[in-house]
Design a protein around this ligand. Structure first.
Ligand code: MLT
Length: 267
């Protein structure tokens, strides 16, 4: 069963949180852009068999509010507030996909002593090129001027593999993408455009870390992903065959099996 909770942050914003499972170490799931907790729909109950699963929704997405621009470090601090409120200050396994991975890097940087492990899925440590950052600022303006769907719909082809087109995966993605507000889209894109580069810090990440991506992910391609994962002192790498960027929805059984094995190994 999924419990729907919320906390009010020190800044007076509402953070929506889904939780399931009552035993075992806490596992936090951090969603990608422009999505919400539903991208973990195939993981929450499966992981809740052995872990306490906590899914905070990032500012502006799902039931969480946003009223101003923020930095990804603010989102990492939001997660720390959730840990303090809901996880009895226990150390956590932190799983982030794509933008959720960028937030996970920031969490490691600011609160790394509270981590048991990291799972960095379909993500990357480098910051954007100037052109990619500009595209994000353009999308932010586009969303504010014309609304969410016109701004985000061109992303769909990069988010899922062509074999997922026309399936329930695409339908679910569309539902999530359409439900994000223009302000949520704009604030997240501006934050990602300004994100920190973690490439030079990889060798200092001594947290046990699983890096995984999909064979067909064009945002976090396997070759480049394996290369940066090899710089992590306690890093492991897994490539999921036939999946695009959304491994949690496109290949949930494989995603769950790989992640559960890693979490059990770390303990
Ligand atoms: C995501 O899936 O979170 C986004 O594609 C990340 C990004 O735009 O870099």
């Amino acid at each position: 069963m999924i419990h729907h909770l919320s906390i009010i942050t020190a800044r007076g914003q509402t953070l929506s949180i889904k939780a399931s499972g009552s035993a075992g170490p806490p596992v936090f799931l951090i969603h990608g852009f422009p999505l919400d907790y539903r991208m973990w729909s195939e993981q929450i109950e499966a992981l809740a068999q052995r872990f306490r699963v906590i899914v905070p929704e990032l500012r502006g997405f799902g039931g969480s509010t946003v009223d101003a621009d923020y930095a990804l470090s603010d989102l990492a601090d939001d997660i720390e507030q959730v840990r303090i409120h809901l996880a009895s200050k226990d150390k956590i396994h932190l799983i982030g996909l794509s933008m959720g991975g960028y937030v996970a890097f920031e969490y490691w940087h600011r609160h790394g002593t509270n981590l048991r492990s990291l799972v960095l899925a379909n993500t990357k440590p480098d910051r954007d090129s100037p052109a990619a950052a500009q595209n994000r600022l353009d999308m932010a303006d586009h969303a504010i001027r014309q609304g969410t769907w016109p701004a985000v719909s061109p992303m769909m082809d990069r988010l899922i593999a062509s074999s997922s087109k026309g399936t329930a995966v695409e339908e679910k993605m569309r539902e999530m993408m359409m439900s994000a507000s223009p302000l949520a889209i704009a604030a997240a894109q501006r934050a990602m455009a300004n994100r920190r580069d973690f490439c030079s810090l990889l060798s200092g990440i001594t947290t046990p870390t699983l890096v995984l991506t999909g064979q067909l992910d064009s945002i976090a391609p396997p070759e480049a992903t394996q290369q940066w994962a090899s710089k992590l002192p306690l890093g492991k790498f897994a490539e999921i065959p036939a999946a695009g960027h959304m491994t949690t929805l496109e290949t949930p059984e494989l995603f769950n099996a790989i992640v559960t094995q890693f979490l059990n190994e770390v303990g």
